[in-house]
Write a protein that binds this ligand. Structure first.
Ligand SMILES: [Ca+2]
Length: 94
């Protein structure tokens, strides 16, 4: 059995998180607004400790919705990339 590197593991985790929350309703290919809300609350508690930042993160996802109010994997991934870059810039300041 081959072991994955930390980055390979992180990629698998990100895909797994999307699939876990996207499949809570009939359409497992996209995240509904309710699924996004649950994902943020369960998986990103550090980002939503106060109500204003919680609203901010939800709005960032809302901007990625397609016409039907759903976020696909590409949109989810770009949001994750944004959050990673925000974390990196915060770490660089400290
Ligand atoms: Ca879904």
């Amino acid at each position: 059995m081959s072991s994955s590197t930390p980055l390979e593991g992180a990629i698998a985790v990100i895909i797994g998180v999307f699939e876990k929350y996207a499949s809570k309703d009939d359409n497992s290919k996209t995240l509904s607004r309710a699924e996004v809300k649950t994902l943020i609350e369960k998986e990103l508690p550090m980002f939503v400790q106060d109500p204003s930042s919680k609203k901010g993160v939800q709005e960032m996802f809302t901007e990625l919705e397609d016409g039907s109010g759903e976020v696909d994997f590409c949109g989810f991934m770009s949001q994750v990339a944004n959050l990673v870059m925000v974390c990196k810039s915060v770490l660089d300041q400290n």
